[in-house]
Each structure stands twice: as C-alpha cells, then as structure tokens.
Write a protein that binds this ligand. Structure first.
Ligand code: GDP
Length: 429
C-alpha cells in the first residue's frame, strides 16, 4: 500500500509533521523529488530537527528511509544530516539511496549563486542550493547518476567534458574563476565513498516490498503551486511536486498510490517571489508570522521570514485537485486561536469577474482576493483529541473550508507534536 503526503500550496504546510505521524505505521518512507532547498521541521522526543534531504521517517527504528531517483542528491548535506541526528542520540537510521539518483555537483551551487547575482533584483528568490542548474543538466543529459561514481573511466571522461563546458559559462558569462576538472573528480571520489554503503536498486527494492504488503509513504517537498507544469510558472521549483510524480521519482507503478494525503495549512505562507493573492502585510502579517508554525514562520533552510496570508480557497481547491487528493490534513489550526475574526479568500476578482478556479500566471498577477470573514474561536485548542470537543466556531471554520475546497478534511492538526492530531469523519468521503 502506497500513500503520498504532499502539499496543496506553496510548501511549508506541515508535511513533515504529517509524514512523521504516518510513518509510525509505515515501513518505508521515500523522498521522490526536490533537493536540499526546502526543509521539514519535526518535533519529537529527541528534540527539534530541520531536515532538508532525509525523509521525515528517520526517527523511527522500524522504517527504511529512501532517497529516490527523482531527488537532487546533495551528498555532503545528506551525510551531515545523518551525522547530526545520530549525534543527538537518534539510532542510526536505515537509509537507501537510488543508484539512479543524480548528484548535485559543486558547480550547480556556484551557478545558482552566480545567476542570482547576475539577475539582481529580478531574481527568482532561489535558495541557491543548485536545484535549477541540477535539473537543467539532468534533462540536458549531462547530469551524473550515483551509479556512474563507480566507473572510473566513465567518470573521468565525463567530468573533463562537462567541466570544459561549464568553464565557458564561468569565464565568459559570469567572469568567475575556472574550475579544475581534477578537483571535481577528487570531490566525486569523496562523494562515492560517502554514498557507497547506501546505494541500492530502489525500484526493485520497492517492488519486492509491495509484494510483501509493506506500507510505503511518498514524501513530497513544497506544494502544487511550485510544480513546474501546474504551479505559478516561472516562480516554481524545478521538479514536479505532485503525487503523480511520486511513481516516477520512486520507480513504482502509478496505480500503487492508493491514498493521497494533501496537507493544507489553516492560513497561507509562501517563500520567494510570485503572485500571492491572499497576502497580508504590516502588523497583521507580523503577528501571524510570529505566532505561526512552531516558533514562527521563518524558512527552515534559509531563516528568511515567510510571506503571510489568509487561507486561500481558490488556490487550495486547485492544489488539492492536481494532487488527486483522497484526504486533506488541515494543519496549524491552533495558531488562529488569537483572532476575533478570520478572513478567508473565497474567490479571485480578475478584471471585475469573480472566479473560484485558479488561473494561469498571467491572470493570477491581476487577481484581487474576494474575502469572507468568519468568526474566531478565541481560545487555545491544543490538546483536544476529539473533533466534537472543538469550539463551534472552530468546527465552523474547518467545515466552511472543506465545503469551499471540495475535498474531505479527515485530519486536523492542532499542535506541532506527532500526536497533536484529530481524526474526523467527513461527509465528502
Ligand atoms: P513542511 O515543509 O510542509 O513540513 O512544513 P514546515 O516544516 O514549515 O512545518 C511547518 C511548521 O509548523 C513546523 O515548525 C512544524 O513543527 C509546525 N507545525 C506542524 N503542524 C502544526 C500544528 O498543527 N500546529 C502548530 N502550532 N505547528 C505545527
């Protein structure tokens, strides 16, 4: 049985916490896309962790954590992350890395930095982790697969060829020092030694696991609106953030994905540039940012303050649809307990016409939010385990949003901890 845990919006919806929770009864957790450019924050008995590459299940003794072929694998970051959790007393996790995963090269990170410098104010707000140059090279067929680290002849020839090409860009486009292919080759030898114990034919491993009826979680990074096809192009990430891509990025048949848990946060936040229709500013935004998440809405990788907004029913309905949602996990609801009234974006006004269907970027730029204000519940809902015990206005908020987005909210998260979760029957299921 395969379940995907994915985001409906711009990322940072709380997928890490939901995956960590579902991992309790799973056997295998797979990262299938993205790289170390976003992070999950997880709070558990060992402490608070920001993971960028490792799947959120690494804290359990019973799970296998997998880096699938679709991931942009930054080998030193992976190894520092393993070290950092082991140093904090977490038992050494069982980790497998796909032999078909490709490697983030040192020049990908440099190219990301140089390109952001060149673009200046017009930059895409990249985290400079090398993700866009990595995926460009993957599809231009000059990327390095993990498997290639183990063939010295192929490796040396390819490094020579690719570095020659990159040096033309370094020298003439960015006016930066050229790279020495020997140094790159040495770095790859170090990478090979670091990754060697973990390399595996992941799709074969998963094929076998599914025959044995194991439970597999596919853990998405970011959310629908950052998908390169269906998101707010070009302010997107460079690999698909959709559950459907989980099949490709892990190497399993698409029909094996039986449950798609789409995570929606009870308000909105976004990082990087791009249209954000329900965005709020000033003191109103500062207060929500300060109170948001667990210790404020600041990037897990960059520490950057996130852009804040009210819940966006238009974006979330679309986000859930593209994911193929079977269940919505509605998170961080407890944070809204301070508000007398809670605005919700229920439509977009584009050139005087109101729509509830999420438009293409060109039209999105013109959209103005249509706001409906719901009454707040003015109390702390943390610790509540039973949906019926939530305050009436809180249930009303959940049910209003469920009706607007049209997908069943079966889980409500009311705190950062693994067990801060309320299961709920939905009329839509
Ligand atoms: P992800 O990338 O989607 O996993 O999102 P983040 O790592 O940004 O997670 C959002 C933040 O919210 C983290 O600090 C979580 O610990 C925290 N969080 C998750 N669910 C809840 C919740 O229901 N309530 C509160 N207060 N915090 C939560």
């Amino acid at each position: 049985m395969v379940k995907a845990v994915v985001g409906a919006n711009w990322g940072d919806e709380g997928k890490g916490k939901i995956t960590d929770m579902l991992a309790e009864s799973a056997d295998i957790i797979v990262r299938f896309q993205g790289g170390a450019n976003a992070g999950h924050t997880i709070v558990n008995d060992y402490g608070k962790f920001a993971l960028h590459t490792l799947p959120s299940g690494v804290f359990y003794g019973h799970t296998t954590s997998i880096i699938g072929n679709g991931v942009a694998l930054n080998i030193p970051i992976l190894f520092n992350e393993i070290k950092s959790i082991v140093d904090k007393g977490v038992p050494a996790p069982k980790i497998l890395v796909s032999d078909r995963a490709q490697i983030v090269m040192p020049y990908h990170i440099l190219l990301d930095q140089y390109e952001e410098e060149r673009l200046g104010g017009k930059s895409f707000g990249s985290t400079k982790s090398g993700i866009a140059p990595f995926y460009s090279d993957k599809y231009a067929k000059i990327g390095f697969q993990v498997s290639e680290l183990f063939d010295e002849d192929i490796l040396a020839e390819k490094v020579e060829r690719v570095v020659e090409m990159k040096n033309i860009l370094f020298e003439h486009m960015y006016h930066k020092p050229k790279m020495d292919p020997k140094e790159i080759l040495n770095t790859l030898h170090e990478y090979r030694d670091m990754v060697a114990p973990y390399v595996c034919d992941v799709s074969l491993f998963l094929n076998q696991a599914l025959k044995e009826n194991k439970t597999v979680l596919l853990e998405g990074q970011l959310g629908t609106l950052k998908d390169p096809d269906h998101g707010i192009y070009p302010m997107v990430t460079s690999s698909s953030t959709l559950a459907a891509y989980g099949a490709i990025g892990a190497g399993i048949p698409p029909y094996e994905i039986k449950q798609v848990v789409t995570v929606c946060k009870a308000y909105s936040s976004a990082v990087g540039a791009g249209a954000f229709v329900s965005e709020i500013f000033g003191e109103e935004a500062d207060e929500l940012r300060r109170r948001g998440g667990d210790g404020g809405e600041y990037g897990a990788t960059t520490g950057r303050p996130r852009r804040m907004g009210w819940f966006d029913c238009v974006a979330s309905k679309y986000g859930c649809r593209l994911q193929g949602t079977t269940d919505v996990a509605f998170t961080v609801l407890d944070v809204l307990g301070y508000l007398d009234e809670i605005p919700v974006c229920v439509g977009y006004d584009i050139d005087g016409e109101v729509t509830t269907e999420f438009p293409v970027t060109r039209l999105l730029e013109k959209a103005k939010p249509v706001i409906k204000v719901l009454p707040g519940w003015k109390c702390d809902i943390r610790g509540i385990k039973n949906y019926e015990e939530l305050p009436a206005n809180c249930k009303n908020y959940v049910e209003f949003i469920e009706e607007q987005i049209g997908y069943p909210i079966t889980m409500v998260s009311n705190g950062p901890g693994r067990h801060d979760i309320i299961h709920r029957e939905s009329k839509l299921k």
